[in-house]
Design a protein around this ligand. Sequence first.
Ligand code: PRP
Ligand code: URA
Length: 208
Amino acid sequence: MGRLVVCDHPLIQHKVTFLRDKNTDTKQFRELVDELATLLAYEVTRDLPLETVRVETPVAEAEGRVVRRMLGLVPILRAGLGMVDGMLKLIPSAKVGHIGLYRDPKTLQPVEYYFSLPADVTERELIVLDPMLATGGSANKAIASLKERGCRPTKLACLIAAPEGVQAVRDAHPDIDIYVAALDSRLNDHGYIVPGLGDAGDRLYGTQ
Ligand code: PRP
Ligand code: URA
């Protein structure tokens, strides 16, 4: 079974608190999502394999370790876009694919409207990005679409998750490790995370 990692570093908890606050404006919200993505990138990449290399310092030869694993980021549009730059700060050689999904407000089912991946995507380990994991429908659809195309998604990085969404992803994709900045208590009748932060896409882009 994939791991569920709740990244509860004090800086993450601090930033999530301001992210939730309804008085946080669009600019601050975007900055917080960006900063949280960078902090999450640190945890998401913690288990990357290392290769031993030799390096010449100005003083002597030393043994060092380098990451050679090729990574890809796949944000789920729209809100996942807000996490891309923050992740790329720590893993700048990652390539980025995009999956466009929206959640039908009545059925809560994900509807796919866009799909674009880097040419060498099958050689990369993929990290799916979405700030919100609510019913899990969007994340499950994104992961399934990637697998159908022969890709290798291994991790899902979210900012706020509901237990229902975590369970849904674990049921459908037990091979995926899930990283979250906060695990909330439940979904409401409209499929919104409680307490959550509202609509992540709207808060990122100032739409309603
Ligand atoms: C939000 C969010 C996730 C999805 C989560 O997207 O960014 O993609 O809902 O809900 P789920 O786990 O129940 O599928 P939304 O459909 O609002 O689209 P947007 O990002 O374009 O605003
Ligand atoms: N999508 C969001 O943006 N927020 C939620 O709480 C649930 C789904």
